[in-house]
Write a protein that binds this ligand. Structure first.
Ligand code: HOZ
Length: 427
């Protein structure tokens, strides 16, 4: 047995928590096994309760961009905690956070904090509906925007991993308002807008979709989304929960030079604590209560500990060269993986932007969900377990993106590459 203590605890967890987990991907069902339980995580490494250490390429699904448990964030949270854990009334830190976000991301004129990315996207959709007085929304298959009703249609991430991209419990009348289109398909997009563009409140997209592997937009596709939504008065929402503050100060919109109407954030801005945010054009944001008729609220929204963790993490990223360093770490991993797979003659595709990456066991271009689904899933499973046995932890699903951090050293990367080479030889 790989990790006996974890395995025993998992049996107990399954008696008490549905599937033994508080979020489905963690159950490892897509790789046919059981998860390990974490004792601690520090820097680039995560250690299980059986005492085994892994080089971690998930980084708590994105937030840990400085590595696990950075002292700067821990100290800031520790200091803030002495002043109270939650106030439920305005505090100084939420204004500081709003100032940072609006300065870093020019499209965001006003921002509201939430407790998760799911809350951010759910609220942005409601706001777009309230603003436009229209009901329909457009999303893309394989994009995952959290687990609110309108968005759990043809969804990626855990929903896809468990073969239920359309969740039970979502009323058919809700789902009927969500139009799903394939990614990177201008004709499909144009045809839907020609048919009912003036009924569509919002188009939501992960500009670099990262919940069905990492799919990159074809040149011009994001600009087309901007142009067509502007033409029909549809609110363009960029879901940058994964990419925001990770791929640069202004996320994908900064890299691509596209200005969405609203943006959603999470992960990195929480510094490891539960945080989300949505923001954008002031004339739209001012439709939120108490100024406008769209209701949205939260007892823990703007929580002082979560704010200080995020602000401190952003200050670290502000330091010269942080994003260049992350890109360099990614480039080293990419060069190594490509060379190993080429040497072994194993068909693959490797998509990477900065510190986000995905390896596909596929011999064709990855442009949409259909192409992602055609990869060799059996080989992925074997590779996953062979890496676990060699102390390297990648996502337990072929539909998730990998994340690097500033704590990943050259030695970590080289050691992981060696493990990958051995893993491939063993399977
Ligand atoms: N939805 C997350 C990955 N895209 C997984 C969250 C978790 O299981 O912690």
């Amino acid at each position: 047995m790989r990790y006996p203590i974890s395995s025993k605890l998992f049996q107990t967890a399954k008696q008490l928590i549905p599937g033994g987990v508080n979020s489905p991907v963690r159950a490892f069902r897509n790789v046919g096994g059981e998860p390990f339980f974490v004792r601690r995580a520090k820097g680039s490494r995560i250690e299980d309760i059986d005492g085994k250490s892994y080089i971690d390429f998930i980084g708590t699904w994105g937030p840990a961009i400085l590595g696990h448990a950075p002292m700067s964030v821990i100290n800031a949270v520790h200091e803030a905690a002495k002043n109270g854990l939650s106030f439920g009334i305005p505090n100084v830190l939420e204004v500081e956070m709003a100032q940072m976000i609006t300065q870093w991301v020019p499209s965001v004129e006003k921002v509201r904090m939430t407790n998760s990315g799911t809350e951010a996207t759910m609220s942005a959709i409601r706001l777009a509906r309230g603003f436009t007085k229209r009901d329909k929304i457009v999303k893309f298959d394989g994009c995952y925007h959290g687990h609110s009703d309108s968005l759990l249609v043809a969804a990626g991430s855990g929903a896809l991993t468990h073969g239920e991209p359309d969740s039970a419990g979502v009323p058919a009348v809700f789902a009927a308002q969500t139009i799903v289109l394939p990614l990177n398909d201008p004709e499909a997009l144009e045809s839907v807008f020609a048919k009912c563009g003036d009924e569509i409140s919002a188009l939501i997209v992960e500009p670099y979709p990262a919940n069905a592997g990492l799919i990159l937009p074809k040149p011009g596709f994001l600009q087309l989304l901007r142009d067509i939504t502007a033409k029909y008065g549809t609110v363009l929402i960029f879901d940058e929960v994964m990419t925001g503050f990770r791929l640069g100060k202004a996320g994908v919109q900064g890299l691509e030079g596209i200005t969405p109407d609203l943006s959603c954030f999470g992960k990195v801005i929480g510094g490891g604590l539960p945080v989300g945010a949505f923001g954008g054009r002031a004339d739209i944001m001012d439709h939120l209560a108490p100024l406008g008729p769209v209701y949205q609220a939260g007892t823990l929204s703007g929580n002082p500990l979560a704010m200080v963790a995020g602000i401190t993490q952003l200050h670290e990223l502000e330091k010269a060269g942080a994003y260049e360093t992350l890109d360099g770490i990614g480039a080293r991993l990419e060069a190594g993986i490509r060379s190993i797979f080429l040497k072994k003659g194993i068909p693959h595709r490797f998509n990477r932007v900065g510190s986000m990456f995905c390896l596909f066991f596929a011999d064709h271009e990855i442009v949409n969900l259909q192409s992602v689904m055609k990869q060799d899933l059996e080989l992925f499973k074997k590779f996953f377990w062979a890496l676990i046995d060699r102390g390297v932890y990648i996502a337990p699903s072929p539909y998730e993106t990998g994340f690097l951090s500033l704590a990943h050293s050259n030695e970590d990367i080289d050691q992981s590459l060696e493990a990958m080479e051995q893993a491939l030889m063993s399977i």
